[in-house]
Design a protein around this ligand. Sequence first.
Ligand code: IMP
Ligand code: MG
Length: 215
Amino acid sequence: MASYLQIADDEKGHDLDLFCVPRHYESDLDKVIIPHGLIMDRTERLARDIIQDMGGHHIVALCVLKGGYKFFADLLDYIKVLNHNSDKSVPLTVDFIRVKSYCNDKSTNSVRVIGGDELSTLSGKNVLIVEDIVETGRTMQTLLSLLSECNPKMVKVVSLLVKRTPRSSGYRPDYIGFEVPDAFLVGYALDYNEYFRDLSHICILNDQAKEKYKV
Ligand code: IMP
Ligand code: MG
């Protein structure tokens, strides 16, 4: 079982005033739940765990856009540092895929894959899927079943966040950064209708903001 840093349901978080938050979002957020620095520190360790398990073979890192892009970039930077500074190193190539399953703050039943290279290029490869957050698990299960049709040699999934929710299908990624309460989270590339990707910390969105940015 993957280990992770648990953020408790009664986590009070940190006052916004203690950190730098863009002015245009100040009234939309109540608390900072995971400060950027903690995300980085946990990501550094995930990079080490992944290389320990998957190292030795060429890895194709597959970024699930758009929400995964910050985590993907930072995780790969840490993997690069390991490659630069150890006797063993692994070639790393990248690929991108875009999936969409959310409208407002609700997961929809349809998971659409849009864009990215042909998945068939992943045939015979060791693939590391890099995702921002797993909630019901439907997005990842859909992606994994699409990918399995292309016969990759190995597939591992790393998700920065996993939500504790009764809506979960039970799916768990191979590597997990944090387990988080059942709330709608934004920041560090996680969005609400495309807003809040330009916020460094992970925060809980307040109800007023859900109305304000509703489509
Ligand atoms: P799932 O298919 O229900 O596991 O949902 C996964 C996808 O929904 C993630 O890749 C996110 O893009 C999106 N998502 C789920 N929960 C949140 C959240 O709290 N904030 C932002 N996006 C979320
Ligand atoms: Mg995502």
